[in-house]
Design a protein around this ligand. Structure first.
Ligand SMILES: Nc1ncnc2c1ncn2[C@@H]1O[C@H](COP(=O)(O)OS(=O)(=O)O)[C@@H](OP(=O)(O)O)[C@H]1O
Length: 373
């Protein structure tokens, strides 16, 4: 029988405390700002107790990838000191070792039934995580119930991000602990997804948003994080130049979108490409599209009974942002700001808008993808 380290045999509360301690140390951020909402968040089950030997092995795996990272080209980061270029994209130093571990088939194996929600940061991850969770689990959790998990957990707890929540801080989680279909979030670009996701034809939902609103949303978010880390704000103009140069977290933004766009054209049964603005304009149509794509279409009875409308209401900006779990003094409230289309005109000069539109036109030329509002 394996001898388990007593340090590892800890209850969920203690696990969360340790998680917060480690995260706060690695991010130099107060513990209260960390993105963990509840002690019993379902994904915590994946952090099974490990022997000291296993622990050491996992630490070594991460250390190896940290060393690999340190030899890569780097630039100034938005919230971490540096971002590093890996396989053509820029990653915050905090996430990249975890991304490399996920890409290693010894440490992550997709299941054919997995559903991945892929996004560039600030394109609608929180909103679509809530929708995807509510749609897939609607038979398990009645949408109108006060006890729905979205009333108790952040959408980020229900669709945990591979490189953000699961593979991080020297952890190799046991994802078999998640219920099937496993709902997993990621910011990893299409060309860098774990090979097993592509080989098994897992369903991937990609959400895109127009670059102007995405940039302004990111700039606000980053500066809230920087404030929590006692760092000075990143000036809008500087952040804008970094974005235009492609050096944004998980960027270049346009290449990220194009990778998934092309995949959605070549493998429409595996990759669904949706836009934040389209969901805003006609949520019922797109929630139904999502359900169909995920293999759980709404019956005509469900539509008649108003299940689609109930999901839209439950996952709306107003409903999620006013939920108790997303309000307290944690980073979770940073995921909600305005939730509107077109707010960027209040921040960008006409010169900036022109420059961004020009880059977007050049980058997307001939692809069939449009990202204007
Ligand atoms: N339910 C709902 N409906 C519509 N919009 C919503 C919703 N929840 C979050 N938001 C807005 O999404 C922006 C945050 O993006 P992400 O969730 O992708 O952030 S992250 O990548 O997970 O960090 C951020 O956009 P901005 O308001 O423009 O900053 C959030 O306000």
């Amino acid at each position: 029988m394996r001898r388990l380290s007593f340090k590892r045999l800890i209850c969920m509360d203690a696990l969360m405390e340790r998680e917060k301690e480690e995260l706060s140390l690695s991010l130099e951020m107060p513990k209260t700002y960390l993105p963990i909402s509840m002690a019993d968040a379902p994904y915590l089950k994946c952090f099974v107790p490990k022997t000291e030997e296993q622990q050491k092995e996992e630490e070594n795996t991460y250390k190896r990838y940290e060393e690999t990272m340190s030899s890569l080209p780097r630039e100034k980061g938005w919230f971490t000191e540096h971002i590093y270029r890996h396989q053509g994209f820029w990653y915050p130093s905090y996430y990249l070792p975890g991304v490399m571990v996920v890409q290693d088939q010894n440490h992550f194996q997709a299941h054919a039934s997995d559903i991945l929600l892929a996004t560039s940061p600030k394109c609608g991850t929180t909103w679509f995580s809530a929708i995807v969770f509510a749609v897939v689990n609607r038979k398990l959790y009645t949408i109108s119930s006060q006890k729905h998990p979205l009333c108790t957990f952040s959408p980020h707890d229900l669709v945990p991000r591979l490189e953000h929540t699961l593979y991080i801080n020297n952890r190799i989680p046991d994802l078999d602990m998640l219920p099937s279909p496993r709902l997993l979030g990621t910011h990893i670009p299409y060309s860098s997804l774990p090979q097993s996701v592509l080989d098994l034809g897992c369903r991937v939902i990609y959400i895109c948003r127009n670059p102007k609103d995405t940039f302004v949303s990111m700039w606000h978010f980053i500066n809230k994080i920087r404030a929590a880390m006692s760092k000075s704000p990143l000036p809008l103009e500087e952040a804008f130049d970094m974005l235009c140069a492609g050096a944004s977290d998980f960027g270049p933004f346009w290449d990220h979108a194009l990778g998934y766009w092309r995949a959605s054209l070549h493998r429409p049964q595996c990759v669904l490409f949706l836009k934040y603005e389209e969901m805003k304009a006609d949520p019922a149509v797109h929630v139904e599209r999502l359900a169909k794509f995920m293999g759980c279409p709404f019956s005509s009875e469900e539509v008649k009974e108003g299940v689609v409308d109930d999901i839209i209401r439950l996952c709306s900006f107003e409903s999620l942002s006013s939920s108790e779990v997303n309000k307290p003094g944690s980073m979770l409230k940073f995921y909600f700001r305005q939730g509107k289309v077109g707010d960027s005109v209040n921040y960008l000069t006409s010169g900036m808008i022109e420059r961004l539109e020009q880059i977007t036109e050049n980058k997307l030329h001939g692809s069939g993808l449009t990202l204007s509002v």
